[in-house]
Ligand binder design. Sequence first.
Ligand SMILES: CC(C)=CCC/C(C)=C/CC/C(C)=C/CC/C(C)=C/[C@@H]1[C@@H](COP(=O)(O)OP(=O)(O)O)[C@]1(C)CC/C=C(\C)CC/C=C(\C)CCC=C(C)C
Length: 387
Amino acid sequence: MKSFHRRRKFFKVGVAPEVSEKKIAGKNNAKAQLMSNVATDHDGRPPLSSEQRVYNVILKQAALVDKPPKSRSLPSDLALDSIPVTTKNLLNEAYDRCGEVCAEYAKTFYLGTLLMTPERRKAIWAIYVWCRRTDELVDGPNASQITPTALNRWEQRLERAFEGQPYDMLDAALAETVLKFPVDIQPFRDMINGMRMDLFKSRYFNFDELYLYCYYVAGTVGLMSVPIMGIDPGSKASTESVYNAALALGIANQLTNILRDVGEDASRGRIYLPQDELEQFGLSDDDIFAGVVTDKWRAFMKDQIKRARIFFKQAEMGVLELDKDSRWPVWASLLLYEQILDSIEANDYDNFTKRAYVGKWKKLITVPVAYVRAVVPPSVTRLAATG
Ligand SMILES: CC(C)=CCC/C(C)=C/CC/C(C)=C/CC/C(C)=C/[C@@H]1[C@@H](COP(=O)(O)OP(=O)(O)O)[C@]1(C)CC/C=C(\C)CC/C=C(\C)CCC=C(C)C
């Protein structure tokens, strides 16, 4: 997955050894499986754009909110109130471990989760840990050995967790979470699809292709999180529009991440930028590999930053609709990530040799700003926003 492979500390809970298989085989199968997931229109209609396909996932996810919780329709041996005390203790331990991981790897976000109800916070930690472990498959110590087969096994484990048959403690926390909250499996499967995509794809022809990738690796996080964070009971917004905003935040974060890491990705032979847009600005892969900031590059970057900011703006509207206790961590992550774009600008668009970051003081100021935005009632914020 696109991110900062070498810099990141490795996640200590790891994944079961059997998913880290050495054989580099079946790459073509993975590609075929991925393509069948994303391009299934065989009836002569024009293929859907990535945005339309992803919107279909949103509609399905939003519809789940109105359905009764899965736990109520499960066989009695899987019902939550029939879980024996020893299992409950193990589950509590599992959630505690998820919380520790979250605190270690995403401190600000962890602090924000402490404002949520205990049920929600535990669930969001469980999801965070599943995402982190999934990311670690391609970013962790065994990343060079990851194969399509290993990803298939990871997906089977996911399916089992959703069926109430977790493989390990951390999966058990996820299994209970998805029983309690209206979470659909598709975004989880799609995050694994993002890993598959990274195994065989290092160029993106246009924004439609890049959009799908960003959805897979980051938009999915937004869709997984909203059912846990909850929508404000007083919100007048449609469920789909809130999910859409969550998706937008994931896309905005990932686009920012991509723009920050152009140089680093190029050093690994990867260019996560729309090839047709590079061409429109008179740029090619060679310019990226040369890594020289020219006027053409500045103009191209301005355009890309503008697009990322549009996604951040779209996301902002949705934060106002979230349950009030969930807004703070979302505002904090939104404001902090968006400032990376300012930092790219401050570096005069040199993302080849400089890494844009948000300094300690700016971070310290952002956290209370996020808090104020989270507690100010939505109508006041909206009025303030429109002057
Ligand atoms: C509030 C909040 C941030 C909640 C998300 C909780 C959660 C489940 C996070 C999982 C994150 C994770 C481990 C994802 C794996 C894939 C990945 C690495 C994605 C990249 C993130 C950056 O992480 P990284 O550590 O690599 O980067 P840094 O070096 O620290 O810069 C991504 C770029 C994307 C992550 C995507 C989100 C955080 C989406 C958040 C969207 C919501 C929570 C929805 C909010 C709802 C509305 C209505 C706006």
